[in-house]
Write a protein that binds this ligand. Structure first.
Ligand SMILES: C[S@@+](CC[C@H](N)C(=O)[O-])C[C@H]1O[C@@H](n2cnc3c(N)ncnc32)[C@H](O)[C@@H]1O
Length: 271
């Protein structure tokens, strides 16, 4: 157990669906606790969430121990902030396309989290260059995205395309732009559509080096079953299993990486 796990868990219990025990709420708390535990490990006075969506994570982050300011950035203001619980210290939100100029001074951010947003980018290079500019030397970028080398995807890729399409769920607003690799619609859906299926841990490591970072942590997380399957399980067993959702370094549905910004400017290293 990491020294910061207890603090992160206490934080999410207070701010992420407090009191709710259904599998989705518990899973969401586990997901955010994983991110926040990492964030709390090192300096985190100024923190930014990239692709903050409806603002739940940023709101929670604003109330973490040691935080000076927490800012959420998202291209979409319409979907953001609506219905987000408003308890504790308020965060700040900025509407901006993060594949352009980030609205922060060079070296001003200690830690940036980018949960489940990389797969939406048209021009990831623009984001990574900006992340390098605004993070201080040694500052961290904590990123999650679907794992292109998950065991489930590796199996689905070997099936006839039509079978794979039938097995992948796409119903509902939150899911209708998933799996572009399998449905061939990479450029639809505005900021909410997936442009790529995600990335592998090795691709991320290569990109880290390319954009002036070091990948200092890399693992996978996520579980193969949908909510209704978990509902059928007794709660203690369900929470025991859901609680171990990031134990495997390879093969699960999403990747979790931590990049540390190098001191050198990117241009001089590339030369
Ligand atoms: C799947 S949601 C993730 C929300 C939240 N981070 C989470 O983990 O629950 C992705 C978010 O990224 C935003 N997004 C996608 N592309 C973006 C871009 N280029 N600039 C800013 N926000 C973007 C979308 O509007 C959406 O709110």
């Amino acid at each position: 157990m990491r020294p910061t796990d207890g603090d992160a868990w206490a934080l999410v219990q207070r701010h992420i669906f407090p009191g709710k025990t259904d599998p989705t709420s518990f899973y969401e708390r586990k997901r955010w606790a994983m991110l926040f535990s990492e964030m709390l490990e090192e300096p985190h006075q100024v923190v930014v969430e990239i692709g903050s969506g409806w603002g739940l994570g940023t709101r929670c982050m604003a109330n973490a121990p040691g935080i000076g300011v927490a800012i959420g950035v998202d291209a979409d203001a319409v979907g953001s902030l609506v219905d987000a619980p408003r308890v504790g210290r308020p965060p700040e939100f900025v509407q901006a396309n993060v594949e352009g100029t980030l609205p922060f001074r060079p070296g001003s951010v200690d830690c940036m989290i980018a949960p489940e947003v990389y797969e939406h980018f048209y021009h990831p290079a623009l984001f990574f260059q900006e992340a390098h500019r605004v993070l201080r030397p040694g500052g961290r970028l904590i990123l999650t995205t679907p794992n292109t080398e998950s065991i489930a995807l590796m199996v689905l890729r070997r099936l006839p395309r039509r079978w794979a399409q039938r097995m992948l769920t796409r119903e509902g607003d939150a899911k209708k732009h998933l799996h572009p690799e399998f449905f061939g619609d990479l450029s639809t859906g505005g900021p909410h559509g997936h442009r790529v299926e995600g990335a592998s841990l090795m691709e991320m490591e290569r990109m880290a080096a390319q954009y002036g970072f070091r990948q200092v942590r890399a693992t996978t997380w996520g579980l193969p079953f949908a909510g209704p399957a978990w509902e059928k399980m007794p709660r203690p067993m369900r929470e025991f299993l859901l609680g171990r959702f990031h134990a495997l370094a390879v093969g699960l549905r999403h990747i979790f990486v931590v990049w540390k910004r190098d001191d050198e400017p990117v241009k001089s290293r590339a030369a």
